[in-house]
Design a protein around this ligand. Structure first.
Ligand SMILES: *Cc1c(COP(=O)(O)O)cnc(C)c1O
Length: 402
């Protein structure tokens, strides 16, 4: 039998929800000799970089930077305001909400999880009932994941703020925007978020390695009342640095800073509104295709209602043949890497193979999205996977009608 032609040579495409595609300009900015960290260009670059980072978060308040990933940002944020024995409320809508709650447990917090499953956003009524019952204001913080990357649900953070205000509950509102920052609209100050955590490797288009904690005056006041805060995670010297090394608690992530500088320039040259709008339009093409595929066979979108879907990541089901077969095929034969399913079934459980995710965050444009969708269509055909027709037409139409 004639061997099938492999089509994976050429520029590959990593379409997973983080790390995301890195712009060549970011990579070029990082490809350089070690800089002086005591004086010169890098040191002088910091005030502008901090200001531009805050503009992405839409905050006028503070940011602390760490060498670390998203998990580091989780622990850093908690370490500054949650003491051993403090209570936190975790309205979870996927694996990452659960994970942040587990992190809180590990630093000694008393954690109450309100689990909304894997397919639905937070239910404000249920959260409201818990907050109202807490008349002694034992709950010190609500840990809300804006976009849970495992389920691809996007939660209504302003509604959560409105709920806290309506109940008159003083708990800190903490938001995980690791997946959503620079992708889905997020406005820290206007939305009344007290603490927000992010990483650099998703919407910010830089290799993994930097973690950010943004915080306002209310959070700073909570920090001031802490019996102790671990030295490395303490956000105070980092956010109020007078010397370069203080921003980073030691040697700076020099090359990440150069990459981040270029990424922030790209974001602000495009404009935050345009960045959010681009993600919205590209996501609408992804959804149009996935909805068409879902009309036959076992292909399905995890989040039914478009209003509850993130514009940065899409979680999907595919049972027969399963998602792993499709992922393996498009990676090996076409040079397209799709994300594994996360938090839907335990690794090792065969059900695990029935889920996958598409990353469409950061440095992505129309032709990349059409290429990704075309790769999936090709894989569905090559593997004889039952699927609805017209997906690529629907996606092209969504982009044409933007
Ligand atoms: C990626 C992600 C994390 C974890 O980030 P790591 O860099 O993998 O530690 C946490 N929360 C959300 C919402 C994420 O998307």
């Amino acid at each position: 039998m004639a061997q099938k032609t492999n089509l994976a040579q050429g520029r590959s495409y990593l379409a997973i929800p983080g790390p995301s595609v890195m712009p060549d300009a970011v990579l070029r900015a990082m490809h350089r000799a070690a800089p002086n960290i005591y004086a010169g260009e890098l040191v002088e670059m910091m005030p502008g970089l901090v200001a531009d980072l805050k503009r992405v978060a839409r905050t006028e308040h503070h940011v602390a930077m760490y060498i670390g990933n998203g998990h580091a940002a989780w622990e850093a944020a908690l370490s500054n305001v949650i003491a051993v024995g403090d209570k936190v409320l975790v309205p979870a809508t996927g694996r990452f909400g659960i994970g942040w709650g587990e992190m809180a447990t590990k630093i000694g917090a008393e954690v109450e999880v309100l689990d909304f499953g894997r397919k639905d956003p937070m239910d404000m009524d249920r959260i409201g009932a818990v907050l109202r019952a807490d008349t002694g204001h034992e709950i010190k913080a609500v840990l809300a994941v804006h976009v849970d990357t495992s389920s691809s649900v996007r939660n209504d953070v302003p509604a959560l703020r409105a709920l806290l205000d309506e109940v008159g509950h003083p708990a800190l509102l903490m938001a995980d925007c690791i997946a959503s920052l620079g992708c889905d609209r997020f406005e820290m100050d206007a939305w009344g978020v007290d603490i927000m955590v992010a990483g650099c490797q998703k919407g910010l288009m830089v290799p993994p390695g930097m973690a950010f904690v943004f915080f306002n005056e209310k959070a700073e006041a909570a920090r001031a009342k802490m019996p102790r805060v671990s030295g490395y995670w303490d956000w105070s010297p980092r956010a109020h640095a007078t010397e370069f090394f203080q921003y980073h608690g030691g040697t700076a992530p020099t090359h990440h800073l150069y990459g981040l500088r270029v990424a922030l320039d790209m974001i602000h040259d495009e404009g935050m509104e345009n960045v959010w709008r681009r993600h919205e339009v590209l996501a609408s093409a992804v959804w149009a295709a996935c909805e068409a595929w879902s009309t036959e066979g076992t292909f399905g979108l995890n989040i039914a209602d478009r209003a509850n879907r993130s514009c940065a990541v899409t979680a999907l089901r595919l049972q027969s043949p399963n998602a792993t077969a499709l992922r393996d095929h498009v990676e090996g034969q076409l040079g397209l890497t799709l994300g594994i399913g996360l938090g839907m079934a335990a690794p090792g459980d065969t059900a695990w193979h029935g889920f996958f995710r598409l990353g469409h965050m950061g440095h992505v444009n129309g032709q990349m999205i059409m290429g990704m969708l075309g790769g999936i269509e090709t894989g569905l055909r090559a593997l004889d996977i039952a699927h609805g027709a017209g997906a690529l037409d629907a996606a092209a139409e969504a982009l044409a009608q933007r």
